[in-house]
Every structure is written in structure tokens, then in C-alpha cells.
Design a binder for this molecule. Sequence first.
Ligand code: SF4
Length: 382
Amino acid sequence: MELSGLQIFKYTPAAKKLQHTNCKDCGCPTCMIFSMKLAKQQIEIDKCPYLDEELKDLYLQNIRQAQKTIEINGLKIGGEDVLFRHEKTFNNPTALAVIVDCSIYDYKSKIKEICDFELKWANEIFKVDLIILKNLKDNLELLKKSKEQSKPIFVSYEEFKALGFNIIEEQDFQVTKNLLIETRCKAIIEKDENYSAPTCVVMKKDDEYSVCARASYYLCKYANMIVFQAFDKNTLLSLIMLRQNIYTDPNKTLQVDSGLYEFNNPDKTSIIFLTTNFALTYYAVASELESLPVPSYLIVVPAQGMSVLTAWSAETFNPEVVKQTLEKLDIKNKIDTRKIIIPGLLGEMTEELQQYCSDFEFIKGTNEASDISKFVEKLLKK
Ligand code: SF4
């Protein structure tokens, strides 16, 4: 349990109506401000000499790191301090690793396959985090050379064992699941140092569907690293997407860069769509434009990562912002098309947009991205 500013305040002279109330010796104008700052660890507890030992013990226990962080070549694993993402945020995504047995004849092609695997999503490239080389023997040169690349990171099996993880060799799903939950609760709630090592589940060999299902659970609760005995692209793709949903910071919106995006090699006469830079809106529209039978452009307006209606009500998407974006991207000179299709939800804005950006005609598009193909079909028939 985190100590809040108000809980700390109860221990100060001001709350106890004692001498030194709001004395400013700590550099803060009041005991309340000191308490708020202390809760955020913006001031040291020793700055106030009038606190009793009970608070000091409580506070020190409170700020003790709940879970240790293990760092391998810049990859941070563990270091979590909450049980649930909405309490603050998770710090380091579950690392995904694959064991490669160097005693099998085609291990080099296995390593190449794992190294070549990548997923591009939301302006990021995701790869397997670690390759653990078993039975390395005389292939140390391979390990040395591959350590120069950022991902996947190579470690020998012996190095992996010595990293300091709480390694759970998976035998039974229920047992593993309960162990993970118990370990995380002991570390976070009780701050029990015996449970502070990041957890690593080594999956048992099984069919890929079962491995994927069980690993998905462990990724949610609460494995810091999952090690696979075999490399399966589909399992990794599913887990990376799941991980992205869990390990995003709830305080930050997912957004893409504002700009002009091209689909299917457009020319100067191709149709133009326009939307906000909220990542989910962008990807919904982009996937529809990719599958259209005609090329197109998509203008993405900087709207602080808000979806269409939210941006409109927060005024981060308004005619002025659209005008500035069109000018910045030099749409007038780059493209001959003068019609721009805007989200259907903003249909009311077309007249106002017309007044601000008189070089273009604005057309009300669809409310849902999934209706874009029918909309374009009709548009082309006109
Ligand atoms: Fe309050 Fe600060 Fe004085 Fe302590 S030092 S009693 S916190 S004002």
C-alpha cells in the first residue's frame, strides 16, 4: 500500500496540533505541503526533525523497491511496483526468449529464423528479446559476435541461470499460475525481499496452441520473462500484441506522427482522406485504405492523440489546425486533387472548413472505417 500525502500528514505536528506546526524548518511553507512532497518522494524525510519514528519506519518500508530489476545489454526486466496497470503503470514489458540447443545440427538456421522474425506495429519494430544458447561448447565466437547486436540479445544457458531470476520450470498450469500470483503479491503488497526477484517461466514443450494459451495467461499475471523451448512465429506474434495492450502507459495516449501517408502508390490525382493522429483511428483507417482497389492518401492531423469526436470537443481538431496541417504538408502543391474526405462524425464541420481552407472542398466521409470501401465504390461511380 502506498502512503498518500494525507496519510503522512496525520503524523506531522500540524495534524497533532503540536509545537513546530508549519514551522517551515523543512523548507516547505506548511506541514501539508511537506507531506504531499514526501508522498511523491520529492523531499527527504529527514528535512523535518519533528516526525516520530513510527512514520519513518512506515515510510522506509513504503519506498523500498518492491521488485528488483535485471538488466541485460540495456534490456530491463522486472522492476514492477504495482499489481495492476491502472494503479500507475507497469514499467518493463515481459521479455520473450527462446532457447536454442547448439548441439543440434541446424541450430544456426534456427538462430537465423529467430533473428529475422520481426513485427512492425505502431511505428515500432518488435523482435524476440533474448536467445538462450544451450550446449554452447566451442561456439563461443557466435555468442561474442551476436552480443554486438541490440536484439535479440544472446546469452548462454549458464549466464541465463546466473542472472538472478526466480526461475519457474513449468510443469502444471495451475501450480505455475498460483506461484506467479503469490510471488507478485508478496513482492508488491508485503514488500517481502524473499520474493523480490523477477519471475521467469520456462515453458514446457507442448503443442503451439496450448503453449500460446498458457503463456498468454502468464504474460498477464505476472511473468517478467517467458522462455520458450521452441520458436513459433504465431505464438510470438500473439504474445507481442497482447503485451502491447498490457504494457502501454495508461497516462499516455497512443498516437502516430502527423503527416501525409500513402497507400498503394498514389499519384497527384488520387483521393485524399483526413483523420486525427489517435493510433487506433489511424490503424483502422489505414488498413481499409490499404485494401482499397484504388490508391489514396491519408492526411493525419496532430490532435494530441485523441479520437475524432474527443478531438473535436477538446478543440484539438478544428478548422485552424486542419488549415495549418494542409499548409505544413504543402498539399496544395504536392497533389492536384482538391477534394478531401473527412470523418463522417465531423460532417457538421465541412462548411467551416471550407471557409478556412478555400482551396479545397471537404466531403463528409463515413462514421466507421469499415464502411470506407463502400463509400469509395459509390464515389467512383459518380
Ligand atoms: Fe511541518 Fe516542515 Fe516544520 Fe516539520 S519542518 S513541522 S513538516 S513545517
